[in-house]
Design a protein around this ligand. Structure first.
Ligand code: DX5
Ligand code: ZN
Length: 218
């Protein structure tokens, strides 16, 4: 069964608790929290204090996606704020192995992400260390962008790398996931799907999450 991780970036922050509860009741598996620093990506969003606030209102897995330069500087803060999975970008640090090791030492699951322009080989040396591989299917920075079709083949190649390495890491895809395209991405071997605008832009969050799961099951 696939997992859906709604991104609160598309939620109404004036009533964040209600928005988190609504996707939880609607069958979300994780809560995806997009952290942006205005340097690694053009946008500025969320800090550890929001993670802490969300932690207080849900027991769902907090799937924290760090789109920040030198994530090593903030790993401890995001861990103590209550993150369950901390994902960093290969492009954001000189010392990927050290960052992944630090995340795991803090008792958290470690994810590693690649941008659309980054080759899958960037994941090769870290594959056996990680709990989650994230293929970005948009250039990170904003929700509501269109899925980059070339990502499908990339997902397929990362799936093969994980299988060949006997890795149990989850394969997550983030950006432009909709009810209409999720089955195609799942067929390439992804198992966790981030969905921002598709869920929070819909009238019925639960119905959208269910439709996504049903699309992959059929
Ligand atoms: C993009 C973020 C995504 C974004 C997804 O930089 O990492 O998580 O919120 O939004 P949608 O699903 O609307 O593309
Ligand atoms: Zn994200």
């Amino acid at each position: 069964m696939i997992k859906i991780s709604p991104s609160i970036l598309s939620a109404d922050f004036a009533c964040l608790a209600k928005e988190v509860k609504a996707v939880e009741e609607g069958g979300a598996d994780y809560i995806h929290i997009d952290v942006m620093d205005g340097r690694f990506v053009p946008n500025i969003t969320i800090g550890p204090f929001i993670v802490d606030a969300v932690r207080k209102i849900t027991d769902l897995t907090l799937d924290v996606h760090l789109m920040i330069e030198e994530p090593e500087r903030y790993i401890a803060d995001f861990a103590s704020a209550g993150s369950d999975i901390i994902t960093v970008h290969t492009e954001s640090t000189r010392h990927l192995h050290a960052v992944v090791t630090a995340i795991k030492k803090l008792g958290k699951k470690a994810g590693v992400s690649i941008n659309p322009g980054t080759p899958v080989s960037a994941l090769e040396e870290i594959l056996t260390e990680i709990d989650l591989a994230l293929v970005m299917s948009v250039n990170p920075g904003f929700s509501g962008q269109g899925f980059i079709p070339e990502s499908l083949d990339k997902v397929r190649r990362v799936r093969k790398m994980l299988d060949d390495a006997d890795s149990k890491a989850e394969l997550q895809v983030d950006g432009g996931i909709k009810v209409a395209n999720i089955a195609d991405v799942a067929a390439c071997g992804a198992d966790v799907f981030v969905a921002g605008s598709a869920v929070y832009g819909s009238d019925d969050y639960g119905a959208t999450i269910r439709a996504m799961k049903e699309a992959c099951a059929s």
